[in-house]
Unconditional design. Structure first.
Length: 565
């Protein structure tokens, strides 16, 4: 009898090996039904279900197999895998630990427990279990790569680099390790080494759109625009859905005066390629992509962050003027200011999941794609008067609360970004030095910075004996509408590249923007003015990580402005 069952199981295994998964599942169900007391009949059913990634369905057969044979460690391992893949992390960890009780040398169980702790944000625990896996299997490239990923999440970049290099030592063709090493090197400004690692990754996967994109972005930080454009265009050529490559390319073209002539002609070509690609991949689906038609109901999907959402919102008036209605997916914090600033036929949602029926809109477009239709040259961006409207009553109330007969001007200040990316942190400036650069007896300094900065403000104020005013009971991070009114109460804003910079520029407030040596491409690398926000004047680092010239130029600029006011 057992021989007959085993013969049938072997046939299922053969089907499984030949990738005839659905047939093998049907046959395995038949075996389990006829021989429910034979633990291997449940084991083989679970195995083929796992192969088909039917993790939830695999759990019951695994538990039945375990009830008949509690000594098979592989059953507990596969149960851990199934629970992990459906998000039952506690149950998954328990199963992997039972597997380890039976087989302490099962390094994959340690690795899987580490994975769970990593995605849950418990990085120290993740490292602890991963190190046990490495102790058992020290030449496993995947383990070292994962170790590097965790160290990078902890901002331990040098440690991460060591582990990515170990992964590559053990497997020179390990694409992900080369890619991760490159991105880590770039994060800490080692751009040439990053390019070398990206090139090695590209030799492994010559048609990787993502790697061409990352090479293009790295070339930008090396100020090699020709190579940057070449690689970004190559990334888009390989994958017309590579949105990041395309948006970076747009910004690169728009922010350099010498590239503007090329931009207009290439823009329509890119959009056409992108739309043709999407249509080809959706042959049986109604094409919902908007291509400039008038009189329709349009859905605009969300840009990635607040700054981009503010930037692209400058084009919504033009879209609304030719559309029956416009639904904009954006951050909820922008709802009130955008409602006040845009036509009545523009509506707002936080997520497209709120749309219960596709009939609510006729066509859709990604926010960045609005550039194709409404920003065909530099002049399209000129917004000297600002395009957002602040709450005038609230602004007046803030001005009244800040009245001081000895102060002639209010200067709002913002000096950091909450973005934790190491390159983003290069934008941050020292509050104490900033205040020394701009303060005069007749200037009232007003905090526009968001985040928990009260202690920092108190320490600097006490040290310098200079008061930095704050509007009470207003959270600058969550209440962007009130922040817009606070900004509008200022005679001038001094800020780095962050939400305050975009908000101030979009309101048309006189803004001094302080930029690091290689800023976001939307600001270019040479100009002292912005194509996007005409009320912004730019002050740039002349050397990497050196703000001295910026503070000096800013001080001279403000002194001149105050003398002429």
């Amino acid at each position: 009898m057992e021989d007959q069952i085993q013969h049938k199981i072997n046939k299922v295994l053969q089907l499984y090996i030949n990738s005839k998964i659905h047939i093998s599942i049907d046959e395995a169900h038949k075996i389990a039904k006829k021989s429910p007391n034979y633990y291997e009949s449940w084991k083989i059913l679970a195995l083929v279900l796992l192969k088909a990634q039917q993790y939830r369905e695999a759990i019951d057969p695994l538990k039945k197999a375990i009830s008949k044979n509690k000594s098979d460690f592989s059953l507990y391992f596969n149960l851990g895998v199934s629970e992990k893949n459906i998000g039952n992390f506690d149950n998954s960890i328990d199963s992997f630990k039972k597997c380890l009780e039976l087989n302490p040398q099962n390094s994959q169980s340690y690795k899987n427990i580490s994975d769970i702790y990593m995605v849950s944000g418990y990085y120290n625990e993740a490292i602890s279990f991963l190190e046990k896996a490495i102790e058992i299997d020290p030449i496993n490239a995947e383990y070292h790569n994962n170790h590097g990923i965790i160290q990078k999440k902890k901002n331990q970049h040098e440690e991460a680099i060591i582990h990515f290099q170990k992964a590559i030592e053990n497997n020179k063709s390990y694409f992900l390790a080369h890619q991760n090493l490159a991105s880590t090197l770039r994060d800490i400004g080692r751009y040439k080494e990053a390019l070398d690692s990206y090139d090695k990754a590209l030799k492994i996967k010559p048609n990787s759109s993502k790697i061409y994109r990352e090479i293009g972005i790295t070339n930008y930080y090396l100020r090699d625009f020709k190579e940057s454009i070449f690689n970004l265009e190559k990334a888009f050529e390989i994958d017309p859905e590579n949105v990041q490559a395309l948006t970076f390319l747009f910004r690169l073209y728009l922010s350099h005066r010498e590239l503007i002539k090329e931009y207009s002609s290439k823009m329509i070509k890119w959009y056409s390629v992108s739309q043709n690609f999407n249509t080809a991949n959706q042959q049986n689906i109604e094409n919902k992509n908007w291509c400039g038609e008038s009189g329709l109901k349009i859905l605009v999907t969300k840009a990635k962050d607040i700054g981009d959402q503010l930037l692209y919102s400058s084009m919504l008036v033009d879209l609304a003027n030719i559309s029956k209605s416009v639904i904009v997916e954006c951050d909820k914090r922008l709802f009130s200011i955008l409602k006040r600033s845009l036509p009545n036929n523009v509506f707002f949602i936080e997520s497209r999941k709120e749309i219960i029926s596709n009939k609510i809109y006729d066509k859709e477009i990604k926010a960045y794609q609005l550039i194709y239709f409404f920003c065909k040259d530099v002049n399209s961006f000129m917004t000297s008067q600002g395009y957002l409207k602040h709450d005038s009553n609230e602004t007046l109330r803030f001005k009244e609360s800040l009245k001081d007969t000895k102060k002639k001007r209010i200067i709002g200040i913002s000096w950091k970004t909450l973005n934790k990316n190491k390159l983003a942190k290069k934008r941050n400036i020292d509050l104490e030095i900033l205040i020394k650069s701009i303060w005069k007896d007749d200037v009232l300094l007003l905090n526009l910075q968001y985040g928990d900065v009260n202690e920092e403000i108190e320490l600097v104020s006490e040290k310098l004996g200079i008061k930095i005013h704050q509007i009470e009971n207003i959270n600058n991070f969550y209440n962007l509408d009130s922040l817009a009114s606070i900004i509008s109460a200022c005679n001038m804003v001094v800020t780095i590249d962050n939400t305050v910079g975009h908000l101030s520029g979009s309101l048309g407030v006189d803004t001094k923007l302080l930029l690091d040596y290689t800023p976001s491409p939307i600001w270019g690398l040479k100009e002292n003015s912005s194509y996007i926000y005409n009320s912004i004047k730019i002050f740039r680092q002349k050397k990497p990580d050196d703000w001295s010239n910026v503070y000096s130029e800013l001080k001279s600029e403000l002194l001149s402005n105050l003398e002429n006011s």
